[in-house]
Design a protein around this ligand. Structure first.
Ligand code: SF4
Length: 313
């Protein structure tokens, strides 16, 4: 059986030669599927109508390896990563494939995060018994208004929220990690309300920056402004602390743009940790959305942030 491994993970585990500026603390794997995903998300290189190479997800390349070889490396290079994150490409027969991979991964004895499109409660219970302890939920679009036009998926907005509730029931609070992409046309207010709803439902939020990929429907769009992204990270940090209770004193304009500045959000209690990659324990996802050398949207470590708050606006 074959599996895709993110380039950074492959170098870190010695599966391929290369140079890493920041090594990943989680091993990022993706199911190998000889075809496109059955969904058609407008930002995704794996989407049904995308013309991008299948070895891409976001700006990362994912070379293919034999699963046995990867599991062997995870076992022999023990300590290099603290978790495995398995991303999946949706197709018929996906669940059987996932269980086969989980069985092989059990030999590496690492906790597994699984990002998957909605499955039933019974399947979630089985996945938990097979070694999964966190579930990544690709809601991606923070706006219910834009969701149908961008996600073009077999799963509706309501299906995704039902899935989050089931994941929280089966795995526990904060173990359903909702992925949200900043920069898909949503307003700041929509992001704020969606993040609040995730925390109120018992989930957690992992933020991504929209990354235009050639060959996808959104290839001509721009990544989000870094100053805006910092403010959304700050909101996420505060909402997480408050379990989704509203933040007093925020100001939005009539178009849903957040008027409150980053300095003010920092005064409300935002620390440097707000700008780290957030999600499952041990996930640092270096250079997932940004080129090495540019200021990262999500910092993989506190050392790289330095002593101040990055990009104050
Ligand atoms: S937060 Fe990180 S480890 Fe968790 S599912 Fe998302 S990418 Fe994977």
């Amino acid at each position: 059986m074959r599996i895709r491994v993110s380039y950074g993970t492959a170098v870190h585990l010695g599966l391929t030669r290369g140079r890493l500026i920041v090594p990943p603390t989680t091993a990022y794997l993706m199911t190998y599927h000889d075809g496109r995903c059955r969904n058609d998300c407008a930002f995704c290189p794996q989407a049904r109508s995308s013309r991008a190479g299948l070895e891409r997800l976001s700006r990362v390349t994912w070379p293919v390896f034999e699963l046995e070889e990867v599991v062997g490396r995870l076992a022999s290079e023990r300590g290099k990563v603290v978790r495995v994150c398995l991303q999946t490409v949706d197709h018929n027969g996906l669940l059987e494939e996932v269980f086969e991979i989980l069985e092989a991964l059990s030999r590496a004895n690492l906790p597994v995060s699984l990002s998957i499109t909605p499955v039933g409660r019974a399947e979630l219970v089985e996945l938990k018994s097979a070694g999964v302890d966190y579930v990544g939920i690709g809601l991606d679009v923070a706006s219910e208004r834009l969701y149908p036009e961008i996600k073009r998926s077999a799963y509706s907005w309501d299906d995704m929220w039902r899935f989050l509730r089931d994941v929280v029931d089966v795995f526990g609070r904060r173990r359903g990690v909702v992925h949200l992409i900043v920069g898909l046309g949503e307003t700041d207010r929509e992001l704020y309300e969606t993040m609040r709803a995730v925390y109120r439902a018992g989930g957690d939020v992992s933020l991504f920056a929209f990354t235009p990929i050639r060959g996808t429907a959104l290839e001509g769009e721009k990544p989000p402004d870094l100053g805006r992204y910092r403010k959304i990270q700050a909101l996420n940090f505060l909402l997480r602390l408050r379990n989704g209770v509203p933040i007093e004193g925020l100001e939005f304009d009539g178009r849903g743009n957040l008027r409150t500045g980053l300095e003010e959000l920092v005064r409300m209690g935002v620390g440097r940790e707000a700008f780290l990659t957030r999600g499952c324990p041990g996930c640092n996802r270096p250079y997932y959305n940004e080129r090495p050398g540019s200021e990262p949207y999500n910092y993989p470590s506190l050392d790289l942030i330095g002593s101040g708050i990055p990009k104050r606006r």
